[in-house]
Design a protein around this ligand. Structure first.
Ligand SMILES: [Zn+2]
Length: 189
C-alpha cells in the first residue's frame, strides 16, 4: 500500500507506533500527523478505523497529538526510572476511560465500531500504553540512541538497542563501525 505519508509501524505495538508519528525526536523533530487527513490515514493503517469515510476533525488532531506526547513522556520516565507526571497519567487515564472501538462480525470479517470513532481509537491507544507501562514489559521500553525513537524490545535476548536493525539507525551504526574499523586498519598498516 503506497502512501503520501511516511508512517512506520516498527515500534513494537500500537501505542508506541503512535508515539512514532512524531519522528526524529533527537533532532529537529518531524511531525507526521501533519493534517486531519494524515491522522485519518494513520488510524486506517493502524487498524483503528471503522472503515467509514468519516474524517477526524481538527480538535481530534489536537487531542491525538496531546495524548501521543503524554504517552511519550510517560515512556521516557519509565526508561529513565523517574516518576511519571500526574498530568500525563491523568491524560492517559482520561482517554482510556472513554468507550473503545468494539469488534463486530460483518460479512464474515472483523469490523470495528465506535459511536465516536476517533475518541474510541484514542481510548484503544491509551489502553495499550497503560498495558505496556503497567506490565513487566515496561523494562523492554527503549529509546534508539540514533533517532530517539521509543520502541519495545520484543527480541528474545532483550538486547536490542536500535530502532530498526534492518534499515534504520542500527544499520547506519554498523556502517559507521565498519568504516571506523577500516580507518583504524589503514593506520595499522
Ligand atoms: Zn533510530
Amino acid at each position: 500500500m503506497s502512501s503520501r505519508f511516511k508512517f512506520e509501524f516498527i515500534a513494537g505495538g500500537p501505542a508506541l507506533n503512535f508515539v512514532d508519528t512524531f519522528g526524529n525526536r533527537g533532532g529537529e523533530g518531524r511531525e507526521r500527523l501533519v493534517s486531519v487527513a494524515a491522522f485519518g490515514e494513520w488510524l486506517a493503517r493502524a487498524g483503528l478505523s471503522d472503515g467509514t469515510p468519516r474524517m477526524p476533525a481538527d480538535t481530534h488532531l489536537d487531542d491525538a497529538r496531546s495524548l501521543r506526547e503524554a504517552i511519550f513522556r510517560c515512556c521516557l520516565c519509565v526508561i529513565e526510572d523517574r516518576p511519571m507526571g500526574q498530568g500525563d497519567i491523568g491524560q492517559l487515564n482520561h482517554a482510556a476511560a472513554k468507550m473503545p472501538l468494539r469488534p463486530q462480525l460483518q460479512d464474515g470479517g472483523l469490523f470495528l465500531v465506535g459511536a465516536n470513532p476517533v475518541e474510541a481509537a484514542l481510548s484503544v491507544l491509551a489502553e495499550d500504553a497503560i498495558d505496556l507501562i503497567a506490565s513487566p514489559r515496561r523494562a523492554r521500553i527503549r529509546q534508539c540512541p540514533g533517532c530517539a525513537m521509543v520502541f519495545e524490545d520484543t527480541s528474545r535476548p532483550g538486547k536490542r538497542q536500535w530502532c530498526s536493525s534492518a534499515s534504520g539507525c542500527g544499520n547506519r551504526a554498523k556502517v559507521r563501525a565498519l568504516r571506523a574499523r577500516r580507518v583504524l586498519g589503514q593506520k595499522d598498516v
